[in-house]
Design a protein around this ligand. Structure first.
Ligand code: FES
Ligand SMILES: [Fe+2]
Length: 372
């Protein structure tokens, strides 16, 4: 396969990708490319704390949402807004079956139907059965709650991250980044920043840039890179002993799945980007393992994971400030091709949804070379 360096056009921030069919441009609302995909599953937090009568307020794509579990233990997600006067339902009570608004006591089922307006007199003819709170599609996977902000039945969206082994331990770190969803998501597929941003001794002992050559192939709704780690790889890999196989998948809307295998030993490092508002994005990093000995390292690993995410957070916030002043990017060289692929995948998801046809991955298997 011949590969030549590619210079991408200067592009609008979180807006466009490389050269495209002009007819497709006409068809697609350009604003749609600047927003996070409207019909996709986003991680809204850990499932573990959501028990019994707990309610949790979460934010997704500018929506305030309240999540909890119904009587059967299934998660529910409702707009966190009482239709009466706009009160946050997450501030009220929940008896396991009904949410009670703390302002005037209206009661709602976990389906969002109004069940009672206690201030009504018997002689009041008003019918509250038509009053509803918007319900969002919600599912649980890999220890997290996932919400699709699209109103109505979810269309064809990327499958949810799952685990293909039984973990004996896990570690989760969350951090809010004051940057757009696209800019934050690009950091999940950007090999070029690693040497400069993540230069901690424990992650990258050598300061030298080395030539890398990796093959990327398309997978449903994304692409994957597989490789054998080398002895010069991160010390984190060496914790597993031996030379592990590493597979890193990116999947729409903003999911990075790193799977590390050394014989029967398994480690999964998952990162999810969630749009909170137009300029705030939640980064969630979850590490899972099936090696009991690693449980002892949890107190050490947590601050290191936080340090790693903070490195991304700081640099992304500064870059966002630059994009706010002048909203263009130059995607340049093979190391930036995965970033271009992100925009191509996103565009295809929007065009497929718009045309009511199945998503067709526009990517091909490719070998990329860069230095990092
Ligand atoms: S605002 Fe909710 S009952 Fe009045
Ligand atoms: Fe990073």
């Amino acid at each position: 396969m011949s590969v030549s360096p590619v210079a991408a056009p200067s592009i609008a921030p979180h807006a466009t990708g490389p050269a495209r069919d002009p007819a497709a441009d006409e068809a697609l609302d350009p604003d749609a490319m600047r927003r996070p995909l409207p019909d996709a599953w986003y991680c809204v937090g850990q499932a573990s704390g959501l028990t019994g009568k707990a309610l949790r307020a979460v934010e997704l794509n500018g929506e305030q949402i309240v999540i909890g579990r119904d009587a059967s233990g299934a998660p529910f997600a409702l707009r966190d807004r009482c239709p009466h006067r706009g009160m946050a339902l997450s501030k009220g009570g929940f008896d396991g079956a009904e949410l009670v608004c703390p302002f005037h006591g209206w009661r709602f089922s976990t389906e969002g139907r109004c069940r009672d307006v206690p201030t009504l007199s018997e002689h009041d003819a008003a019918d509250f059965s038509k009053i509803v709170v918007q319900r969002f599609p919600v599912v649980e996977s890999a220890g997290f709650v996932w919400v699709n902000p699209n109103l109505g039945a979810p269309g064809e969206t990327a499958s949810l991250p799952a685990l293909d082994f039984d973990p004996v331990g896990s570690l989760v770190v969350e951090l809010v980044v004051e940057a757009s969803f696209d800019l934050t998501t690009l950091s999940l597929v950007d090999p070029g920043h690693v040497a400069f941003v993540h230069d901690s001794w424990w992650f990258r002992p050598s300061k030298e840039l080395r030539e890398k050559k990796k093959t990327f192939r398309p997978v449903p709704h994304g692409f994957v890179m597989s490789s054998h780690a080398t002895t010069t790889s991160s010390p984190v890999y060496r914790l597993l002993g031996g030379v592990p196989d590493v597979e890193i998948e990116f999947r729409l809307p903003g999911v990075r799945l790193e799977r590390i295998t050394a014989g029967p030993k398994r480690l999964a490092n998952y990162t999810f980007a969630t749009p909170l508002t137009a300029n705030r994005t939640l980064l969630t990093n979850a590490l899972y393992w099936n090696i009991p000995g690693l449980n002892l390292l949890k107190p050490v690993a947590r601050p290191l994971m936080r340090q790693f995410l903070t490195q991304d957070q700081q640099v992304l916030q500064h870059a966002q400030a630059g994009l706010d002043r002048k909203p263009t990017m130059v995607l340049f060289g093979q190391g930036d091709l995965p970033s271009q692929w992100y925009f191509r995948l996103k565009r295809e998801a929007l065009e497929a949804a718009r045309a009511g046809r199945p998503f067709e991955n526009p990517l091909e298997t490719r070998e990329l070379r860069w230095r990092s």
